[in-house]
Design a protein around this ligand. Sequence first.
Ligand code: FAD
Length: 322
Amino acid sequence: MSVLVVIECANGEVKKSSLEAASYGSKVAADLGTTATAVAIGDVQPDALKGLGEQGITKVLLDNDKRLHDFVGAAYVKVIAKAAEQENSSVIVLSNSNIGAAIGSRLAVKLIASLATNVVSLPQINGSTFTVRRGVFSGKAFSEVELTSDKKIIAVKKNALEFDTTAGATATVENFSADLSDADFVAAPKETIKQSGDILLTEAEVVVSGGRGLKGPENWHLIEELAKTLGAATACSKPVADVGWRPHHEHVGQTGITVSPNLYIAVGISGAIQHLAGVNSSKVIVVINKDPEAPFFKAADYGIVGDALEIVPKLIEAAKAL
Ligand code: FAD
């Protein structure tokens, strides 16, 4: 028996959310007295996978089929199911990403497994029953669910848990083939990722986000400059994208992108529940708003009450001086 972790890769690298899934899987494996193996899918070189040893992974299976560089649900599920069969894995850990969401239910049907998504806790293990905590209602509440079937799939929410790493530990990387045929790629939507800077919004460690309080697109250079100084990605509220100040691929929230950075700086954003739904799993939230009653302050770790057009230039100056 082993734990299998699904590792998503893009542009030659392991995605950060998958590093967390790897740590989670290793911890579950240790609790079960077994080992954690990973199966890597996507555009990545073997050397980039060895570092998964730092997350406690002992072995990585890599399917080098180039057709897997773009996400294709049926093919991804086939690769993971075959790896699970080969490794005799009864627990499969995914990250709760768009890809994780797309394959989790398909995989559950294929393996006749129970599935818990948006998981924010390690499982309490009682015999063959796992109890996990899930975020529900856009992160406003939690529910506890029991997974009682033999096979279990857990999709882990990004930034929900802290893990230790073992510096310098390496994993062995083995070639693996699921013997995919063209039929597995019949429905092959091409993944299109739009991004405004060098940093992918969903993977960014720091996000600087602006709302209607910025007054107009002519002031957006403040958001961009602060983001550049901090090495951050830029984002915005929905109305800002609706009126065309910013492109829609930057809009975060219930109807936009979900982000989970270590630091989310919200500038001139009121903090409506629909916006919070996309940002409330950020580790630290800083809010800049001229209205001390703005709802966002309730979700903030740090808040500055004042005019963004005066405060942001000072922040840029201070960040540059660091
Ligand atoms: P406003 O509500 O206009 O707030 C602007 C804020 O800026 C205010 O708090 C104000 O005090 C502050 N401000 C003004 N001037 C300054 C200044 N000079 N300096 C500092 N602060 C200043 N919204 C999203 O963002 N994402 C979503 O995914 C989303 N989905 C939605 C889905 C549905 C079904 C619905 C009904 C709504 C959705 N919304 C979404 C819209 C959401 O309800 C809010 O209307 C929106 O988030 C408000 O955007 P805002 O905070 O930029 O603008």
